[in-house]
Design a protein around this ligand. Structure first.
Ligand SMILES: [Zn+2]
Length: 474
C-alpha cells in the first residue's frame, strides 16, 4: 500500500435548456445543421451588443436554490480572454469574482454511507462552439456558441471515483428535476473537469492536475482511476507531480498532458463593458425559489413514507422527472400507488426507453395511465391487451377506453356466454377431456388456450379458468 489518498474536486458544466442563447435570440437547440443557429452576436462580429437572457439567470438561480446556495443580489460579467478557433470573439463572457451563486451542498450515498460534497460556486457563462474533426480537416460549428452554461465548482471533498460519479449523478438529477437542464451526457449538455491530487493523510494536499472535458460518467470514472494510478507511480518512484492540464483518451483509457496549467491571470479577466450587472431583489429570489419543483430526493421520501412503496420502486420512479410526473399524475387521478408503480417500471419503462439515449420518453399522461389501470382492474381488458392500448394511445390524447373500443379489445366477462364456448371446446376435444378426468391437471391450460384462441384473447382469463374446471369436472 502506497498510503496516498486522492483528493478530488470537480468543475461541472451544464447547458441550460432555455429556448434561446445567453446573449442573442438564436435558438438553443442540439442537433441542428451546423452554423444555422447563429447571428452576428454569437458569431462574434465586431460592433454588436449582447442582450442578457433573463431566463438563463432565473434557471441558474433556481439551480442554486435547489442545492442550498447563497444567491447573490449583485453579480456581474467578466471577459475571460483566450484564443481558440471555437471562440470567435476571442473572449468568453463569464463571471469571475461575483458569481450568481456561492456555497451550497449535495448529499451523496456511497457504500451505504452518506457524505456531503460542498460547492464553492455556480456561475453563468456562454458555451463555445464545437470543432468537428474530419478527414478533410477540422471544421467549426458555432451553433453551441453562446448557449448558456452553468459552471458548478465543488470544494475538494471527494476521495474516490465512486464518490465523484455519485456526486455527478445526484447533481444531474437535481438539475433535471429543477427543470433547468436535461443533463444529457451524450449531447454534451453536462461535462466535467476533474482536479485531482494525491497526499498522505495528515500531510498538505499534493500538486493537482486538471483533466478537462469528460463527457460521460464512465470516462469520469476511468480518467480518475487512471490519474490516481499515474500520480501514485510518479510519487512512489520519488518523482514530482507536475501541475498541468490533461486530456483523457477514451479509446486508449489513458490520460496525457496537454499544457501547463493556466492561472487566472493568464486569462486577463476584466469586467465586461457591454453588460449591466445582474441585480436581484429579495422578491425576485423568493419568486424563483417558489417556482422550484419537488426534487428527486423529496419525492423518494414521499413515495416510501407516505405511499408505502419499497425503496427500490422509489429509486426507479425518480430516475427521470417525466417518469415521476407520470406516476404522480396517475396516483392523483386515483390509481393505486403500487399498481401504478409496477406498471410504470415494467411497461412504460420498456416502451419509453429510447435506443442509445440517456433519456426516457413518456408518451401518456397520468390520467390516461390511471384509466388504463382501472380498465385492467375491472377486467375490461387483461394485462396483455393493455400493451396494445398503450401502443395506440402513446403520444396521443385518446382515452384508453376509446382505444379499447376502437381495437375491439373489450374482454368478455359474460359467464353464460363463456360457459357455452367452453362446452363446445370440451365436446370437440374428448381426448384431453378424458385425460383431465384421469387426473391430468395440465390439460386445463390447453382448454383455456383453445378458448383464448377462439375469442382472440378477449376472454377474462380468470373466469375462463374457473369455467373450464367446472365443465370438465361435471
Ligand atoms: Zn446568435
Amino acid at each position: 500500500m502506497s498510503g496516498y489518498v486522492p483528493t478530488i474536486g470537480l468543475e461541472v458544466h451544464c447547458e441550460l435548456k432555455t429556448e434561446t442563447k445567453l446573449f442573442c435570440s438564436c435558438r438553443n437547440k442540439f442537433g441542428s445543421e451546423p452554423n444555422t443557429n447563429t447571428c452576428p452576436v454569437c458569431a462574434g462580429h465586431p460592433g454588436v451588443l449582447p442582450v442578457l437572457n433573463r431566463k438563463a439567470v432565473e434557471y441558474t438561480v433556481r439551480a442554486g436554490c435547489a442545492i442550498g446556495c447563497k444567491i447573490s443580489r449583485y453579480s456581474k460579467w467578466d471577459r475571460k480572454n483566450y484564443f481558440y478557433p471555437d471562440l470567435p470573439k476571442a473572449w468568453q463572457t463569464s463571471q469571475y469574482d461575483l458569481p450568481l451563486c456561492t456555497g451550497g451542498e449535495v448529499k451523496i450515498t456511497v457504500g451505504g454511507e452518506e457524505k456531503t460534497v460542498r460547492l464553492n460556486r455556480i456561475h453563468l457563462e456562454e458555451d463555445a462552439g464545437k470543432l468537428v474533426h474530419g478527414a478533410g480537416g477540422t471544421a467549426v460549428d458555432y451553433n453551441r456558441c453562446g448557449v448558456p452554461l452553468m459552471e458548478c465548482v465543488t470544494e475538494p471533498d471527494m476521495h474516490s471515483a465512486d464518490e465523484a460519479v455519485a456526486f455527478l449523478e445526484e447533481l444531474a438529477s437535481v438539475f433535471r428535476f429543477a427543470g433547468v437542464s436535461d443533463c444529457r451526457m451524450q449531447e454534451g449538455s453536462i461535462r466535467a473537469d476533474v482536479n485531482l491530487s494525491m497526499s498522505r493523510p495528515g500531510e498538505p494536499l499534493g500538486t493537482r492536475t486538471e483533466t478537462k472535458n469528460l463527457n460521460s460518467f464512465r470516462s469520469v470514472r476511468r480518467a480518475i482511476e487512471a490519474e490516481i494510478r499515474r500520480q501514485t507511480e510518479v510519487l512512489e518512484s520519488g518523482g514530482k507531480v507536475v501541475q498541468e492540464t490533461r486530456r483523457f483518451d477514451d479509446a486508449t483509457g489513458e490520460g496525457y498532458g496537454m499544457r501547463g496549467k493556466e492561472d487566472a491571470q493568464d486569462y486577463r479577466y476584466f469586467p465586461e463593458p457591454d453588460l449591466m450587472p445582474v441585480v436581484l431583489s429579495d422578491d425576485d429570489v423568493g419568486r424563483i425559489r417558489a417556482s422550484l419543483p419537488e426534487l428527486a430526493r423529496d419525492r423518494r421520501k414521499r413515495y416510501t413514507e407516505r405511499l408505502g412503496l419499497p425503496a427500490y420502486d422509489a429509486e426507479q420512479l425518480t430516475c427521470d422527472p417525466a417518469v415521476a410526473e407520470l406516476f404522480d399524475g396517475a396516483v392523483n387521478a386515483g390509481a393505486n400507488a403500487k399498481k401504478a408503480a409496477n406498471y410504470v417500471m415494467s411497461e412504460i419503462m420498456r416502451k419509453g426507453k429510447t435506443a442509445g439515449e440517456d433519456g426516457i420518453i413518456v408518451g401518456i399522461s397520468g390520467t390516461q395511465l390511471a384509466e388504463l389501470l382501472a380498465l385492467v382492474d375491472k377486467g375490461e381488458i387483461n394485462l396483455v391487451s393493455s400493451r396494445d392500448v398503450l401502443d395506440r394511445i402513446w403520444l396521443t390524447d385518446e382515452t384508453p377506453s376509446a382505444a379499447v373500443d376502437a381495437l375491439g379489445l373489450r374482454q368478455n366477462n359474460d359467464e353464460g356466454e363463456i360457459e357455452k364456448l367452453v362446452r363446445d371446446i370440451v365436446a370437440a376435444n374428448p381426448g384431453p377431456a378424458d385425460d383431465f378426468r384421469k387426473g391430468n391437471e395440465k390439460v386445463l391450460s390447453f382448454f383455456v388456450g383453445q378458448l383464448m384462441k377462439a375469442t382472440k384473447g378477449k376472454t377474462n382469463p380468470k373466469i375462463a379458468g374457473e369455467l373450464v374446471r367446472k365443465v370438465l369436472s361435471e
